[in-house]
Design a protein around this ligand. Sequence first.
Ligand SMILES: Cc1cc2nc3c(=O)[nH]c(=O)nc-3n(C[C@H](O)[C@H](O)[C@H](O)COP(=O)(O)O)c2cc1C
Length: 365
Amino acid sequence: MIFNFVEGGVLDEIGNNRSIDAMRSVQFRQRAFPNVSNMNLSSSILGKETRVPFFVSPMGMLGMVHPHADPGVAKAIAEAGGVFIHSAWSGVGLPEVVQAAPGQVWAQAQFWKDRSYTEQHLDQAESLGVNVLVLPGDCTVGEERERELYHGLNRLPPILTLPDLISCAMRPRWVAGYLLGGRRVTYGNYAPGGRPLKMSEMKPFMKNQKDRSVSWKDVRAIRERWKGKVVIKGVMCAEDARIALDLGADAVYVSTLGGRQFDRQPGTIEVLDEVVEAVGGRAEVYCDGGVYRGADVLNILSRGATAAGIGRAAAYALAAGGRPAVSQFLGTLTDELQTAMAFCGVQSISEIDASIRRSFSDAVS
Ligand SMILES: Cc1cc2nc3c(=O)[nH]c(=O)nc-3n(C[C@H](O)[C@H](O)[C@H](O)COP(=O)(O)O)c2cc1C
């Protein structure tokens, strides 16, 4: 059930599979006798020095996956030298996450119908010293995630099916850890009436607060109000990248939300070149979708993006072993990135460009 919550995309899952397939179709030009004496992955993301050119993408409800949840992942990526983006749909409030990884957390905000929830979230982020806000351009509507229907996760608390109960019984260690972990399922950022939402109140809250009228005007309003940096997530074409820049975005973030909103999409890596070209160096560009290996990060950077986002891969590590497993995974990803860079004949992030890739026509001939 938990695996399917993380793994699932919408409808036929064409979009998610496409991002993964497109990401893996890259071929790099191998160089002989790579010089690896001076490998350096340090970089800068929105003015912040980082030791790795990647971050963990925002993911809601990580507390369902493992009680270490967002603070565990935030600590792991901060120790690895990257940044954590806290989801607007997180089960853990922003203060606990910022405390786990001071200075390394960005906040995602959502445009709720009652904008006072959005406003309070922004005020809180500001008072905690968070200086980067991530706005999702792709969460106004969404298609169905059918794996969640199968497991009864469309209702909260979920109504477990017999196969799910058997599956839980076969994983006593995970279940015990989960039950003893003391992490309640709720939306950590919102406390209408002064108390956290109960699990049974979460779906109605989302439904009532969904604002179908959200537009770029709302982005403009937030841009005028928020003193820090603004990142627009879910940009999948040149036109939207230009609009985001005209409204004063500091970065555009190519993402299909992991194929969890709209199924008939290109893979993110397939539109990255178009977006990078439209941005033309006036802002930073990020990309996620199908990043599981160091070579995937390299693929993204070779197209002119500043950083790559990691979604499911970090969630699987969290599910398997909490914070230590996320640290182990991030260490492996970093090693893989170094090795792939070495084979491409580059030792630092600034040396990475399109020349490290073979073009598809080379590949065919
Ligand atoms: C369990 C889960 C929850 C997610 N929740 C959010 C969210 O709250 N906000 C958001 O912008 N994206 C959300 N995403 C999408 C990720 O931010 C990211 O775009 C996506 O996972 C990247 O693709 P990948 O999973 O192939 O790495 C979620 C993804 C997963 C797997």
